[in-house]
Design a protein around this ligand. Structure first.
Ligand code: URP
Ligand code: ZN
Ligand code: ZN
Length: 474
């Protein structure tokens, strides 16, 4: 495989930035060279090394999105991106690795669920991918399977649900048992922290009152019930021996406070948020007239812009109380999918599609002064890779996979379905968003997959990556 030299850019890592050239040999980073060194070594223009001109651009590790749901069955339908369309859209947006969730439903076998996910993804992905395992039914078999997956399958993190009773929900006893097992094997527990039993009461009461519009989705999932569940998950994790706990898709200040308190007390608790909780709100999106708001029904829900949630989440990102930004990419079309909930918000499939826009939306946080350029790289690439044992990903250093995003800070990106996004959706939750900066070139394991505003990758280039244990706990 050929050599590639990314020349003249500013290489940005989680800890700093420097003008340097990145030399790729085959699938891995061979060297990060000081300016002029490439010429001394006989590389660069005129040699047989292909040169990517990165002058005036940032050169950063490709994005690592550790929370996606491609082809996920949910709410009587299935997430509309296949592994092919979803990973291609991700590549367009500068993402070079996703970690998707294999789903075990109550009564189903974990190994069968994982095999099913391999079948969906194998040979279809544009970029590399790995899996977490959802445990939707904690019993002797699934606890045994957790050990098997860690030892043999490169699946080292398990998502449990305190929400969705009767579907994916686990009670406190089941959660404790899964946490105890995870603690024994060094695995990470990921938690959907919302009190689903209380939420179901509020939902039934709202429907009985005739409150059926999409906005009631948020009113029946109050921040207190996210805070309460987060608190309970943290305490259960402590009882289970301080098992590493990662709270997913955090939207509420109340939940963030619980995580920060646990961290200050020395507990192994981590958390992520998603772009929708940083930028979108009940008032501006979910409460739009008629059924329009269904586009923004997701769980945890969007919060009120008159409260302090998004401001606190940005602060949490700066302070490292929130370690990661993922997308929770779970796309559904408006026609026929979101429309299943006309007349009853509880039947709207939950999810927003964002995998294509994560890097640009978070870069806008840099432009707006919310986070530094280095923190952008850290929360979108380096930490998610280390958090979930992707030891070859998330850094531009010799020996790492050559997953690279060349980012143009002087570019501009117009987001939306109307702007021909690449996700398999008939609308965009981000329609009309105009952001600074632009994806210039994307390289996946040494292969250019996006350049000159064109996708030049191939289906099946993306490989399954077996993960190790979290690097934060070794
Ligand atoms: O609304 C969401 N988040 N849909 C995907 C399923 C989940 O809970 O992550
Ligand atoms: Zn969830
Ligand atoms: Zn999710």
């Amino acid at each position: 495989m050929a050599k590639l030299l990314i020349q003249g850019g500013t290489v940005v890592s989680a800890t700093g930035r420097t003008v340097a050239d990145v030399l790729i040999d085959g699938e891995t980073i061979a060297a990060v060279l000081a300016p002029g060194q490439a010429e001394t070594l006989g590389l660069g223009a005129g040699s047989d090394v292909r040169v990517v001109d990165a002058s005036g651009k940032y050169v950063v590790p490709g994005g690592v999105d550790v929370h996606t749901h491609m082809q996920m069955p949910f709410g009587g339908t299935e997430a509309s991106d296949t592994f092919e369309t979803g990973t291609t859209a991700a590549a367009w947006g500068g993402i070079t690795t996703i970690v998707d969730f294999a789903v075990q439903n109550t009564g189903g076998s974990v190994q069968d669920a994982l095999a099913d996910w391999h079948t969906k993804a194998d040979g279809n992905c544009a970029i590399d991918y790995a899996f977490h395992q959802i445990i939707g039914g904690v019993d002797e078999d699934s606890l045994k399977a957790m050990r098997y997956l860690v030892d043999n399958e490169g699946v080292t993190s398990f998502k449990l649900f305190m929400a969705y009773p009767g579907v994916l929900y686990s009670d406190d006893g089941q959660i404790l048992r899964a946490m105890q097992t995870a603690n024994e094997i060094g695995a990470m527990v990921m938690m959907h922290a919302e009190n689903g039993i209380a939420i179901d009461v509020l939902v039934a009461q709202a429907i009985a009152r005739g409150e059926t519009d999409p906005k009631y989705h948020a009113f029946t999932r109050p921040a207190d019930l996210e805070g309460e569940a987060t608190h309970r998950a943290i305490r259960l994790a402590r009882v289970a021996g301080n098992v590493p706990l990662y709270i997913v898709h955090m939207s509420a200040s109340e939940a963030l406070e619980e995580v920060a308190a646990a961290q200050h007390a020395g507990q192994n608790v981590f958390a992520e948020t998603c772009p929708q909780y940083l930028y979108l709100s009940i008032e501006d999106q979910l409460a739009q007239p008629g059924f329009e708001g269904a586009k923004w029904v997701c769980s945890t829900p969007l919060r009120s812009k008159h409260e302090h949630h998004s401001r606190d989440l940005w602060k949490g990102l700066r302070m490292n109380e929130l370690a990661v930004v993922s997308t929770d990419h779970c796309p559904f079309c408006f026609k026929e999918q979101k429309e299943m909930g006309i007349g009853n918000f509880a039947k709207i499939p939950n999810g927003i599609g964002s995998v294509e826009h994560r890097m640009e939306l978070l870069y806008q946080g840099v432009v707006n002064g919310e986070i530094s350029l280095e923190r952008w790289v850290e929360t979108c690439s380096t930490t998610p890779a280390r958090m979930f044992g992707l030891s070859q990903k998330g850094q531009l250093a010799p020996g790492f996979d050559a997953d690279v995003l060349v980012w143009d800070p002087n570019g501009h990106t117009s987001i939306g379905f109307e702007k021909k996004h690449h996700m398999n959706m008939d609308h965009s939750a981000w329609e009309g968003f105009e952001v600074d900066g632009k994806v210039d070139t994307v390289i996946s394991r040494g292969t250019v997959v996006v350049e000159n505003d064109a996708y030049v990758g191939t289906k099946g280039h993306g490989r399954f990556v077996k993960r190790g244990l979290s690097e934060y706990l070794r």
